[in-house]
Design a protein. Sequence first.
Length: 310
Amino acid sequence: MTSTPAPDRVRTRAPGKINVHLSVGALQDDGYHDIATAYQAVSLYEDVTAERADDFSVRFTGPIDTSSVPTDDTNLAIRAARLVARTSGHRGGVHLTIEKQVPVAGGMGGGSADAAATLLAVDTLWGTGLGRDELLRLAAELGADVPFAFAGGTAVGTGRGDELSPALAKGEFHWVLALSETGLSTPAVYRALDEHRERYRADISPAPRTPVVEAQVLQALRAGDAELLAENLHNDLQAPAMRLQPALAQTLELGERSGALAGLVSGSGPTVAFLVPDRDAALEVQVALSASGFVALRANGPVHGARVLH
């Protein structure tokens, strides 16, 4: 029997995501929140090329500004590679080249997609054979959104967002994404939410201990019904994101006026995702946003999670 020689280079891909529903529970004693979210993986991808090396390094290519992204050991992709090496006992490193298509600090899980694609890339490159279940476990150690970037498709996330249950989704949903010139810090958005809830606690309902995804969201996904989904898009982080970046209100208004069924801030923002009825409407909304000076991208979902390209 002949064994297949280990490759010197592996290229993988993982998708960005949109949270079509995001409910945030009460602030807990450990400083975290439980959430309930419906994730949809969309066709903006992070492509990772892994090459054998003596140490660990990463560089970026592609159209996205990565000047704020660290390239040292705090980088999530480097952390993913080191975690696989530590878990498997592999000796040696990797050089990663990441072609970024997902905006940085945009609420679409670009860093999580980097980590998910890297887990698969180095496992394949090194022949460590950890398997899907073990890679998903490692993904959860790296961050709440990493397991979904690995799994892709459509799913409900609970706990920190990393406890995944696949959700049935029919057909294809079309999105237009309006990017922002400046990112938003996820911890800052959560702090703004907590401050708002504390300030107005006498006037608003208390945050749930155990949030849930609304049934109508799951029904819309299951039926492939874009109009029903548009009516039920929800994000508890949208209001605090808009307080930190007030211009997001005008972005939402412009997209909806230009033909979108509805829009919402994706995750912790500031990317705004507009759900549209079809490809033609997506093009119209993209043109309108571009004419107003936005970088606007079209995407569709759901799409596959992390996979090996070659």
